[in-house]
Design a protein around this ligand. Sequence first.
Ligand code: NAD
Length: 439
Amino acid sequence: MALKKGVDVKPASGKLGILLPGMGAVATTFIAGVMSIRKGLGKPIGSLTQLGHIRLGKRTDGNSPAIKDYVSLAKLDDIVFGGWDIFPENAYEAAVKAGVLESKDLEPIKAELSAVKPMSAVFEQAYVKKLNGPNVKKGTSKMDLAQQLMEDIKQFKTKNGCDRLVAVWCGSTEVYRKPTDVHSSLDKFEAGLKASHDDIAPSQIYAYACLKMGVPYANGAPNLSLDTPALLELARKQSMPITGKDFKTGQTLMKTILAPGFKARMLGLEGWYSTNILGNRDGEVLDDPESFKSKEVSKLGVIDSILQPEKYPDLYGNISHVVRINYYPPRGDAKEGWDNIDIRGWLNYPMQIKVNFLCRDSILAAPIVLDLALFMDFAARAGMSGIQEWLSFYWKSPMTPDGLYAEHDLFIQLMKLKNTLRYTKGDDLITHLGAEYYD
Ligand SMILES: NC(=O)c1ccc[n+]([C@@H]2O[C@H](COP(=O)([O-])OP(=O)(O)OC[C@H]3O[C@@H](n4cnc5c(N)ncnc54)[C@H](O)[C@@H]3O)[C@@H](O)[C@H]2O)c1
């Protein structure tokens, strides 16, 4: 939907419920983090909504308010958490199992965290081959399961006295699937739900249920989920914002920082080899070739779309781009990524860059979940619906309207995000034109 300049944004009054399908490492690190920050026990590092500023007007104006003071965002104190998982453990137990946060950080919030219990999940093992859990709904059809999710959403909202809800998928990566005929329109999708069509994934049942209930939806995993004509149609019909796919955290974040720099300087790229070891449950799921395929497709798209080989054949016409993920249990959530980058300079002389990123996956993902939830709630209150391209900043594989290529360059993405916020407030966009050229 076309966005008006200077929109009336409904106030962020009352409570915001954040619903998380999948309450594993990322989701529990996010929930525990918000609870710690609310108690003043930690800082929201990595979160643009909590720490970022936005410049308004000329550089000489000296006017750069905090983003959270500039646009109307829900306060951390007003957030309540809910979600679904195939395992019945509460968020405290799941966080201990995930092993991301240490007990010194979990113990002070144990009571609050333990009170967040997952609702029973919609799950089909054909879509996540490596997992099997007991906390799963039974239903007569996929439509019946969708209705059970809608009932969960309704009850959660009433029980917790929420004013608004927003959902962020933090569930496992499902196997790679292309959209089929059942995804081609909402009518066909609904008929498919009733007939329990094999091609409808659990993540799509959540997306359907949330959108039907007027809940904006973000997809943190690389699998298709809501990126289908049928669910786009539903989002438009319900005037709901949607966004995805695949949180941009470790290695891909680095790629979208470095590749724009090479291109800016017209340096050539011959090859980019990326490998990772990780030992969390996500790593175990990605050890299945079909789930890895979803991730691989999501990770591989980035470089080509930033470097535009069709426009720069001499520099980027023949890149070898390889991505590997190896499941290695001793590392847990503390992933290690290696990148070997073969670049070319003046007269085609070769050079190499090595990046060794010892990162923590969920520590990087948690602030993204927070920002997405707050910005999606903002978008809904601002009347923004359909694909929220201004949130591409957060995604490895940003959803785009038909016919448009995805923007992957982190710096263009950030400018787009901030300019969208300025636009909603009716302020001038920042062009970075030199002061001497202004009238
Ligand atoms: N951590 C990162 O940096 C990062 C980056 C990008 C994307 N992701 C994606 O985020 C997702 C979560 O990652 P994680 O590290 O928390 O994984 P995780 O394995 O710790 O958590 C995923 C949880 O989802 C649950 N689950 C699976 N299918 C479900 C279903 N149908 N309904 C409800 N629950 C379901 C699992 O039981 C598990 O508890 C994964 O898809 C991952 O690929 C993570």
